[in-house]
Write a protein that binds this ligand. Structure first.
Ligand code: XMP
Length: 319
């Protein structure tokens, strides 16, 4: 892609100019944005970059391993894997309010990130994979009061608190452009094509109180849903797809017995930039087959629903 090739050169030049021979820390989430930012910055300044991957225990099945393998093993990018699942899950005990969840995770994230970053001597910059929509969704409308629908934890606060300057090479880009840049940089297609995943992770796909048991059930159900979508060749037509585990148990029958297990909701949407979205029109066969698989393969779920809400009025995530 001609445009992205020149964007890449220009971005590399700007990063070198901004950073010089100093050190940069990059928070890696495993998502496309921070990954592309990290690879781009690594191309510009090599081992002056260290990535910190905060594993908050709210990731999908095998996600942490995939991130570590890709960066440390395939790309040779210095990476600290901060496994802090117990800390986050502990802090979320008894929390069911969506905004309190986000704030709890956001605050801990900053503390943990800071702890690991302090170990990287002489770092002066913090890199973030902030995109253009993140910038505009988090500023106030001109003149009026600040309107925030959901507080995002990937923007704000941190750099000032740590006395770090920001490096945000994707700040002018939309998601599709970030993907094009990722391809330009040679990231694996499967990785670039990955659906967006929110910073608070599975916490906001588990309405109500979060428990280890619910997270485990949710991970398995989500993996089956995504497997179904991939098997039917639909993954790339969908902006985002996931399962939410509902805070309600319902009665079912399984063999000769009665079950009393969680209900879940499947969510899949099409979108251009995440600001508006339509639910994905799966066939009834697909939905039926997927529900059967989830209920048969995932112990703890006995009922599946499909969310047919568009955005607006719904949001993509359940919280
Ligand atoms: P909503 O649910 O607001 O989501 O329609 C729009 C897009 O943003 C993602 N999202 C988040 N991403 N931190 C993030 O990094 C967050 O707190 C957060 N909340 C929502 C969501 O997955 C969708 O892609």
């Amino acid at each position: 892609d001609w445009t992205m090739a020149s964007y890449r050169d220009e971005a590399v030049r700007k990063i070198r100019e901004q950073v010089g021979d100093r050190k940069v820390i990059c928070g890696l989430s495993g998502g496309v944005d921070s990954s592309v930012a990290a690879v781009l910055i690594h191309e510009a300044i090599g081992d002056q970059l260290t990535c910190v991957f905060v594993d908050h225990g709210l990731l999908r099945l095998n996600e942490a391993d995939e991130v570590v393998t890709m960066f440390r093993d395939n790309y040779n990018i210095p990476l600290i894997h901060a496994d802090e699942a117990d800390l986050f899950i502990g802090a979320l005990e008894g929390v069911s309010d969506p905004e309190v969840k986000r704030k709890t995770i956001g605050k801990l994230f900053i503390d943990v990130f800071q702890k690991y970053a302090n170990g990287i001597e002489g770092a002066e910059f913090l890199a973030q994979g902030t995109l253009y929509p993140d910038v505009i969704e988090s500023v106030s409308f001109s003149g009026g009061p600040s309107v925030t629908i959901k507080s995002h934890h990937n923007v704000g606060g941190l750099p000032e608190k740590m006395g770090l300057k920001l490096v945000e090479p994707l700040r002018e880009l939309f998601k599709d452009e970030v993907r094009a840049l990722g391809r330009e940089l040679g990231l694996p297609a499967k990785f670039i094509g990955r659906h967006p995943f929110p910073g608070p992770g599975l916490a906001i796909r588990c309405p109500g109180e979060i428990t280890g048991e619910k997270l485990e059930i949710l991970r398995k159900a989500d993996a089956v849903f995504i497997d179904q979508i991939r098997k039917h060749g639909l993954y790339d037509d969908i902006w985002q797809a996931f399962v939410a585990i509902l805070p309600v148990r319902t009665v079912g029958v399984m063999g000769d017995g009665r079950t009393y297990d969680y209900a879940c909701a499947l969510r899949a949407v099409t979108s251009v930039d995440g600001m508006t979205a339509d639910y994905y029109p799966f066939s009834h066969e697909f939905l039926g087959e997927t529900a059967t698989r989830i209920i048969n393969e995932v112990k703890g779920i006995n009922r599946c629903t499909y969310d047919i809400t568009s955005k607006p009025p719904g949001t993509i995530e359940w919280e």
